[in-house]
Design a protein around this ligand. Sequence first.
Ligand SMILES: Cc1cc2nc3c(=O)[nH]c(=O)nc-3n(C[C@H](O)[C@H](O)[C@H](O)COP(=O)(O)O)c2cc1C
Length: 331
Amino acid sequence: MDLSTSILGLKLKNPLIASASPLTGSLESIKKLENNGISAVIVHSLFEEEINHEIHQIDHFLHINNDSNAEGTSYLPSEVDFDNLQADQYLEKIRRIKEGVSIPVIASLNGVSSGGWVCFAKKLQDTGADALELNITYIPTSLELEGYAVEQMYVDTVATVAEQISIPLNVKMNPCFSNPANMAKRFVEAGAKGLSLFDNPTLVDVDLELLTPLQRANITSSGRLSETLRWCAILYKKLSCSLCANTGIHTGEDVLKAIMSGADAAALASVLLIKGEDEIKQILSDMGEWMEKHEYESISQMKGSISLIHTDNPSIYERNSYMYALQHYRR
Ligand SMILES: Cc1cc2nc3c(=O)[nH]c(=O)nc-3n(C[C@H](O)[C@H](O)[C@H](O)COP(=O)(O)O)c2cc1C
């Protein structure tokens, strides 16, 4: 049985990738994932704010005394005592992970602007990372900001990062655009070599004891697979990039559904956080069992087999399926 596949030009022994999460935050935990059969890892993200922290500290020293002295820039301390070296530590961590495992290692940047932090992409490439994933998560709160401006900001950020590097860039998309297919196309035109469908926003809640709003990491179930399958099926073979199914992949069957819809690989976070690294073996074994029973010999044989590529009019198909599902519901 041939489970091999590839994304971002990287050959993978099977389609299971560890998505960015605390489980991909250290060499030790990544080794456990590798030992259980994962084919690649996306390292827990470095955030724009963590990189910019140092830039902001310098800015603070430069400007804090400007009102009292025209020579304010001389107030920059001779020895700046940075308490945050997260960015450098992240680079060192990627170097160690690259040396310590033999599977592909994908670094991850998480930011929202095309500001100075994007130079960091080049530094990440220099660590030996095999590819870079970019997660842009921006929640617009201004009533004046129009959708097209937000979309352009996303595309500009992708283009700016892509310019910095020669390793493949994977864009982790969110599905909250008027037309995710058009955004996918624009990301590829801006330099993305792969797309992850999709990022999964945090959950907003209220702490009734502290009377404060709060956000929690969003642990999924297979019930969240729907949009992932829908857009893999729509985008299969429409763009010259790889597709990684992300959000709601918990079982071997989920992976098979994603591959048949058109994904090249499937990235897992919640299932590994809930059940532990051992579950990778179970998922791989369930996939193999199903493939044997249904006489599939390889992943490539089933890829995109139920995508919308052979549908004459995907929009009419989507609309008809929607109507059928609502009209034929039976208790
Ligand atoms: C606790 C936790 C931490 C995460 N950290 C990151 C992160 O650092 N960067 C990122 O791009 N996504 C992060 N994610 C999102 C996951 O990589 C993944 O895209 C999302 O959880 C959907 O996949 P799943 O359904 O398998 O959980 C995190 C998710 C969880 C639950």
